[in-house]
Design a protein around this ligand. Structure first.
Ligand code: TXA
Ligand code: MG
Length: 365
């Protein structure tokens, strides 16, 4: 039987240049845990990952157990150099190198045909593998020092919002994994863009900070997997198995409002004045003061107002999104009502995560 992990060790590592990190004692310790089949959560530029040796089936299985994740949902394999792709993938198209030159290291994952060195436990039984070269120095140093590719899903309990701070990881993973590397808050806040390169035309499987517009600039034509756009009906299967699960989901019932600014504002006004249910409203800095005034005037302490960031800076909204969804859980509200955003640029990733959190429950006003 596996030895039980009593308390997860948290190691704080300040941002340093990568050469220093190669010699860092904590990175070495983490790398040894990974190499020997244990689990270490670590920061990347997108979200925190839950890392294991991607070449060891037993290690990959521990990830599924720690997260409570269905075993048909494959893991992303993280590498530290573009050339390492050749060791784990077959039939690598020219387009891969074009994309890698442009966007790696960075928040882009590519799906390619896998080599047999990648076990089924890592690829969820698929004949393809998702590969990412992260920009984070801590992540790349850890992979390099471990000397093996690192399989890493987001380091949350399956179904919960992805972690953007070490404290989120601790909440979900304490006593389930050996170590958490605390590298501070992540920069981007939503998971990497996933692009499938196994067919003639590239297909976007999950939107992220490398936007559809950026991909189309480089690839020309890019298809969009239907799972991004709407709730799949029975019989439809997304190409990224993870996209079919209710995800990023807060504990409360969540709905989104779509419509003109004045229609959304009227709807929120009526909710604030009429509802007695504990409700969180997810809004933006620009709308906060008006709504707060209304809440105070009507003495509605059942309504909590949470700002996702500034409407003028969609990156700020991406950055705060999962932390705000976790706060809704902490507040114990019954309902969440969120504003909607323009789906261009990183707005597509924000809207995809919000829609999934809401189970595609959208009110058109
Ligand atoms: O930013 C990220 O990508 C983070 C950090 C830690 O790198 N990782 C992450 O992993 O978000 P995860 O496991 O939470 O999401 C991986 C997604 C899932 O939707 C999964 O189904 C999909 O990638 N995926 C993995 N392998 C795939 C494959 N071979 N074909 C299609 N989709 C795949
Ligand atoms: Mg995830």
């Amino acid at each position: 039987m596996e030895q039980e992990i009593k308390e997860t060790i948290v190691k704080k590592i300040d941002k340093k240049d990568i050469d220093e990190l190669y010699r860092d004692g904590d990175i070495k310790e983490a790398a040894i845990i990974i190499k020997n089949g244990g689990l270490v959560a670590f920061p990347t530029e997108t979200v925190y990952g839950l890392g294991a040796n991607a070449l060891m089936p037993e290690a990959a299985k521990k990830i599924y157990a720690a997260k409570g994740r269905p075993s048909d949902n494959p893991l992303i394999v993280h590498i530290s150099k573009t050339e390492d792709v050749k060791d784990i993938a077959n039939d690598i198209p020219e387009l891969f190198y074009t994309l890698a030159n442009k966007f790696w290291p960075g928040p882009m994952t590519v799906v390619l045909k896998k080599k047999s060195i990648i076990p089924d436990a890592t690829s969820g039984g698929l004949d393809t593998v998702a590969i990412r070269l992260p920009e984070s120095n801590i992540a790349r140093a850890l992979i390099e020092v471990a000397g093996v590719p690192i399989a890493a899903p987001s380091a949350n309990t399956s179904g919960r919002p992805s972690p953007t701070k070490a404290s989120h990881v601790f909440e979900d993973m304490n006593s389930k994994i050996e170590m958490i590397i605390d590298g501070g808050e992540v920069g981007i806040g939503v998971e990497s863009t996933i692009v499938d390169l196994t067919e003639n035309t590239a297909t976007l499987l999950r939107p992220g900070a490398i936007t559809l517009e950026m991909l189309r600039d480089v690839c020309g034509n890019v298809n969009i997997d239907p799972a991004i756009e709407h709730l799949l009906s029975t019989g439809e299967a997304p190409k990224a198995p993870g996209m079919k699960y209710k995800h990023y989901a807060p504990k409360a019932d969540m709905k989104m409002l779509r419509g003109s600014e004045s229609a959304v504002s009227d709807y929120l006004r009526s909710q604030i004045t009429e509802s007695d249910i504990d409700t969180a409203i997810l809004t933006v800095d620009e709308h906060k003061s008006v709504l707060l005034q209304l809440i105070n005037e009507n003495k509605k302490d059942n309504i909590k107002l949470l700002s996702l960031g500034s409407i003028k800076d969609m990156s700020s909204i991406a950055h705060n999104l999962f932390d705000v969804l976790r706060k809704c859980d902490d507040l114990g509200v019954k309902n969440i009502i969120s504003e909607s955003f323009d789906e261009s640029g990183i707005g597509r990733a924000v809207m995809n995560r919000l829609k999934k959190a809401a189970g595609f429950n959208i009110i058109d006003l």
